[in-house]
Design a protein around this ligand. Structure first.
Ligand code: PMT
Length: 404
């Protein structure tokens, strides 16, 4: 995809990594991207605005030369023009200001006004990065949909060692390219995603569950959100950071999940079920903590839970696309094909959860995509990439069915 004449606004804040931002500008310019740079006053202490002006071939906006009467127009114009808004390097100060909505200089004012995807490349002393306040601010920004790249670990300019180095310009440029190339092919569609583990209570302090972290479902919810969908995430117990910009419905048990899925899935265009619901629940749920049996064996009876995916599949309407997952430890594609048919799915994503780098609580996955007519095995890749490939497949299935 040509990036000629696409618009990126780059905010540069005060840190030694500001000099690396020069290389970011020249890399983007090589692709034909128009880059408008906004520098904070502190950033100009590290790199002269003229460097960015020469590299970007555009006037650089700085607070040093602020002309208050033109601010209003200028910051709104840049905020609107930006297709991607990058801040590199981003200090703890700008991260805190963005989290609180403080707009007291050109960069923070423009960043508050923009609706473009925000990519933040932090660079700071490692103790500042790990400080509770900074981490909280990062979580707030992530929950609003901001993307972070880095920081990386290593030796820092202050002499300390640890996380705090700005990511390399080539990696930031790649992240910008991905954001510019992001498709809006799910615009106007309602997507429901399930994620995480369900829990079946035995008593007030114990439950039956599994190792699902929510990472796979969250990656799908984020990818669908970024492709323009209106996303509802039905979320069991999870350990990963929750995505922002989506509606979250919390559930505990498999029966709760089934109820939420039937309620939310009925009006959805696409439903993707990455959750790991417990197949069984305790026949008796105790209201008080179960006591030890004085050395006697304790026998607990389990009863089968409803199959939420099958219940939804039975009510499928024309125009809906349902995707399930199959977590297998043997006979991967045979078992997955049976689930595809039984649950009335259009696509099933089979993962062998015994493979290193696949399945529960990993950052990567190794999957085979099965439809009623074909199958495709994908190599190991980050869960976000797996999510993109699943969405690509959903789009092509819908196109074949005549759905946009
Ligand atoms: O969350 P992560 O740590 O990232 O891990 C990801 C994952 C391993 C949980 C994910 O990749 C995955 O495989 N999810 C499906 C887990 C599962 O329950 O598989 P299953 O083969 O038992 O179920 C098949 C399908 O039916 C699934 O879509 C499941 O959501 C659904 N199901 C299962 C049982 C049940 N009672 N109701 C259901 O709806």
């Amino acid at each position: 995809m040509s990036l000629e004449k696409r618009r990126v606004v780059l905010g540069v804040t005060g840190g030694i990594a500001a000099f690396k931002a020069c290389s970011l500008v020249s890399r983007l310019r090589k692709w034909g991207v128009q880059v408008n740079v906004i520098m904070t006053k502190n950033a100009t202490q590290f790199v002269a605005p003229l460097s960015f002006e020469s590299l970007s071939n555009q006037p650089v906006v700085t607070d040093t030369f602020a002309r208050p009467e033109t601010w209003e127009v200028e910051h709104i114009a840049l905020a609107k023009a930006a297709e991607v808004f990058v801040i590199a390097p981003a200090t703890a100060n700008i991260i805190a200001k963005l989290a609180c909505g403080i707009a007291d200089d050109m960069l923070s004012t423009t960043a508050l006004a923009t609706r473009a995807p925000l990519l933040i490349a932090p660079a700071m002393n490692t103790n500042m990065w790990t400080a509770a306040a900074t981490q909280r601010n990062v979580e707030i920004l992530k929950s609003r949909g901001a993307r972070f790249i880095g920081p990386e670990g290593g030796f820092l300019a202050c002499g300390d060692e640890g996380a705090g180095r700005m990511s390399e310009p080539e990696d930031i440029t790649e992240a910008v390219r991905r954001l510019l190339e992001q498709r809006a092919d799910l615009q106007g569609l309602r997507v429901v995603v399930t994620a995480g583990a369900t829990r079946e209570r035995l008593d007030p302090v114990r439950f039956l569950s599994n190792d699902s972290s929510g990472k796979m479902g969250f990656a799908l919810a984020e990818a669908a959100r970024d492709r323009g969908a209106q996303v509802t995430l039905i979320c069991g117990a999870t350990t990963a950071a929750r995505p922002g910009g989506v509606t979250i419905v919390d559930v505990e048990s498999t029966c709760d999940l089934r109820d939420a899925l039937l309620a939310e899935g009925a009006g959805a265009d696409i439903v993707i079920q990455a959750a790991a619901p417990a197949d069984y629940r305790f026949e008796t749920v105790y209201s008080q903590k179960l006591k030890k049996q004085d050395g006697e064996p304790l026998t607990l009876r389990l009863v089968e839970n409803p199959d939420a995916a099958a219940a939804l599949g039975a009510a499928k309407r024309p125009g809906q696309t349902f995707v399930g997952f199959a977590a297998e430890t043997q006979a991967l594609t045979e078992n997955a094909a049976k689930k595809l048919a039984k649950k009335n799915l259009d696509l099933i994503v089979a993962n062998d959860v015994t493979q290193p780098g696949a399945g529960f609580n990993t950052d990567t996955n190794i999957v085979t995509l099965l439809t009623r007519t074909d199958r495709e095995s994908l190599p190991i890749q980050p869960k976000r990439e797996v999510a993109e490939r699943i969405l690509d497949k959903v789009i092509s299935l819908r196109a074949a069915q005549g759905e946009a």
